[in-house]
Design a protein around this ligand. Structure first.
Ligand code: GAR
Length: 210
C-alpha cells in the first residue's frame, strides 16, 4: 500500500474521507501522517481521533518561509510518503518542494479547473453566472491550481445560491472525488507525464483476469 501524508489547514473533512477510504481493506493507500500549518486545525484532532500521527508546523514558530518549509520537508523525509495529498492546505509550496515530490503531490480545489483558481472561487463562479460548479483533483505543479486534472465532479449552481451554499454542495462531491483520485494514482492508473495526467492502460491480461 502506498504511504500517504495528508496536509490540512482547516476542518479536514476531505482528509477524513481519504482516511475512511484507506481503512477499507482493498484500498491501495494508507495515511501515515497528517501535517498542518495550523496547530488548532480541526483536521488534526480528527486525525488523532483515528490514531493517525499528526505534526503541526505553525508558520509563526519559524523565522522565514524557507525555514518553515525546511522543517516540513525534514519530517516528510522521515515519513517517506509515496504520495502527498493536500486537503484544504492553504499555503503555496515552493518550486523546490514540488520538484522533490514531482508527480506525487495531489490537491483538491473546489472549482472546475482551469476555471476559478485561487481564493473566493465560489463567489466568482456565481458572479460569472455559471450554471454548474464542481471540484477538481489534480497533480500539483508550480502554478497555483494549475496542474493536470485527475478527477472532476460537477454540481448545479441554483438560483439564489450564496457562496456558502455552493461551497457546501461542492464539498459533497469532493468527498467522493478525492478518494477516487487517490485510488487512481496509488494504483498507477493515472500518472503525470510531460505536464499532463495520463491514463495508463491496464495490462492485457487484467481485463480477462488471466
Ligand atoms: C475544500 O473545499 C477544498 O477543496 C478547499 O478547502 C476546503 C477544505 O475543506 N481547498 C482550497 O480551497 C484550496 N485552494 P476540508 O478541510 O473540510 O477538507
Amino acid at each position: 500500500r502506498k504511504r500517504v501524508v495528508a496536509f490540512v489547514s482547516g476542518s479536514g473533512s476531505n482528509m477524513v474521507k481519504l482516511a475512511d477510504s484507506c481503512a477499507q481493506p482493498d484500498f491501495p493507500a494508507e495515511i501515515v501522517a497528517v501535517f498542518s500549518d495550523k496547530a488548532d486545525a480541526g483536521g488534526l484532532a480528527k486525525a488523532q481521533a483515528r490514531g493517525i500521527p499528526t505534526f503541526a508546523f505553525a508558520r509563526k514558530d519559524f523565522a522565514s518561509k524557507e525555514a518553515h518549509e525546511e522543517a516540513i520537508l525534514a519530517e516528510l523525509e522521515r515519513q517517506r510518503p509515496d504520495i502527498i495529498c493536500l486537503a484544504g492546505y492553504m499555503r503555496l509550496l515552493s518550486g523546490r518542494f514540488i520538484a522533490r515530490y514531482e508527480g506525487r503531490i495531489l490537491n483538491i480545489h473546489p472549482s472546475l479547473l482551469p476555471l476559478f483558481p485561487g481564493l473566493d472561487t465560489h463567489r466568482r463562479a456565481i458572479e460569472a453566472g455559471m450554471k454548474i460548479a464542481g471540484c477538481t483533483v489534480h497533480f500539483v505543479t508550480e502554478g497555483m491550481d494549475e496542474g493536470p486534472q485527475i478527477v472532476q465532479a460537477a454540481v448545479p449552481v441554483l438560483a439564489g445560491d450564496t457562496p456558502a451554499d455552493l461551497a457546501a454542495r461542492v464539498l459533497t462531491v469532493e468527498h467522493r472525488a478525492y478518494p477516487l483520485g487517490l485510488r487512481l494514482v496509488a494504483e498507477g492508473k493515472v500518472r503525470m507525464e510531460g505536464g499532463r495526467a495520463v491514463a495508463v492502460d491496464a495490462p492485457a491480461g487484467e481485463a480477462t483476469g488471466s
